[in-house]
Design a protein around this ligand. Structure first.
Ligand SMILES: Nc1nc2c(ncn2[C@@H]2O[C@H](COP(=O)(O)OP(=O)(O)O)[C@@H](O)[C@H]2O)c(=O)[nH]1
Ligand SMILES: [Mg+2]
Length: 315
């Protein structure tokens, strides 16, 4: 129990036989349930966990029949915590990259009822740029920007952190079978939380690297697939949030913005073609092109502003 609330920690784990013991033994005493999801590991991890189970009754080991990815593992753990009515449920990776001493800081705003979801933010930590490997830092920064646009949580960054805490209400409302199963899970979840107007807060935390972890993430592939995911989620959120559940004219602004940018792209092809073929600048096409470009960019910025304004209380 932490401040009189029942706490669970979900540990998504895949081939972490060398790391998992550290995660278990350093878990803070106030944690009530340690839910370890063995995502069809091919190493000796399950045996290592079972050994710990003999002495530690808090451990719940759930073994997947087929590999489901980190997101699928988190979903399994969340469902267990929801069914056992845990007041706050954290996620900590099975590779020991989350410092257990930071957990209380993440739990505080959730158990006090201020927010529904809290997450670590390693990018705003003063020395982040020195600690986080460069490709990861920039990849994360790009995805964080895209996640702001897609999720409507303009105040958060470090969208890729796996260190999070969620409350029971959100656990009960979100359909975990629909959540994205691979590395885009945190991004997908933020979009889902926003549709239900849940409050989300970033807690600055020190990044942890070189503790013996071996990342299985292929960064270039991840950036590409998560960007596509975010694009789809963006339109889905606009539909769910601003057309179906409520209505907001910002959808017109976004629509007009994309339409105008599309037109200006076509006009620019025509512009260069006429210019090269005739040898002189086609003025009417140029005017149309600039008009559409300026109008489109302004409409999109306005839509973003309205979106930001609509969501500004969700922090
Ligand atoms: N790569 C991968 N990780 C998984 C899977 N299922 C669970 N996990 C766990 O998800 C966590 C995060 O994965 P990791 O590769 O360390 O990601 P990174 O820390 O962002 O580089 C680790 O604790 C993994 O053990 C899976 O199918 N693939
Ligand atoms: Mg890791």
């Amino acid at each position: 129990m932490y401040k009189n609330k029942k706490i669970a920690v979900v540990v998504p784990s895949f081939n972490e036989e060398t790391q998992i013991s550290k995660v278990i033994t350093t878990m803070p005493d106030y944690v009530d349930h340690i839910i370890i999801i063995d995502d069809k590991s091919t190493d000796n991890m399950a045996a290592v966990v079972e050994e710990h189970c003999k002495t530690n009754p808090k451990i719940v080991l759930i073994r997947h029949e087929i590999n489901q990815g980190v997101g699928g593992s988190i979903a399994t753990g969340y469902k267990w915590a929801r069914d056992h009515e845990c007041d706050a449920t954290a996620v900590m990776a099975g590779d020991g990259q989350m410092d257990p001493n930071d957990l209380a800081e993440l739990l505080d705003p959730v158990v006090s009822g201020e927010v529904d979801y809290s997450k670590a933010n390693r990018l705003i930590y003063a020395k982040a740029y020195e600690i986080v490997p460069k490709v990861r830092f920039w990849g994360n920064a790009i995805l964080s920007l895209l996640t702001k646009i897609a999720s409507g949580y303009w105040h958060i960054s470090d969208s890729q952190t796996g260190y999070t805490v969620i409350n029971l209400k959100a656990l009960q409302i979100i359909d975990w079978d629909l959540m994205y199963k691979r590395y885009g899970q945190p991004n997908d979840l933020l979009v889902r939380l926003n549709i239900h107007n849940f409050k989300v807060r970033d807690i600055p935390q020190k990044p942890v690297y070189n503790v013996g972890e071996q990342s299985k993430l292929k960064i270039r592939k991840a950036i590409f697939t998560i960007s596509i995911l975010l694009l789809k989620k963006f339109f889905w959120r606009l539909k769910e949030k601003y057309i179906i559940r409520d209505f907001h004219p910002l959808v017109f602004f976004y629509f007009f913005g994309f339409f105008s940018l599309g037109c200006s792209f076509l006009f620019s092809i025509r512009f260069f073609r006429l210019w090269f073929v005739n040898g002189e600048v086609p003025e009417v096409t140029l005017i149309l092109l600039l008009f559409m470009l300026a109008g489109g960019v302004q409409a999109i910025f306005l839509a973003m502003w309205m979106d930001q304004d609509y969501n500004k209380e969700l922090r």
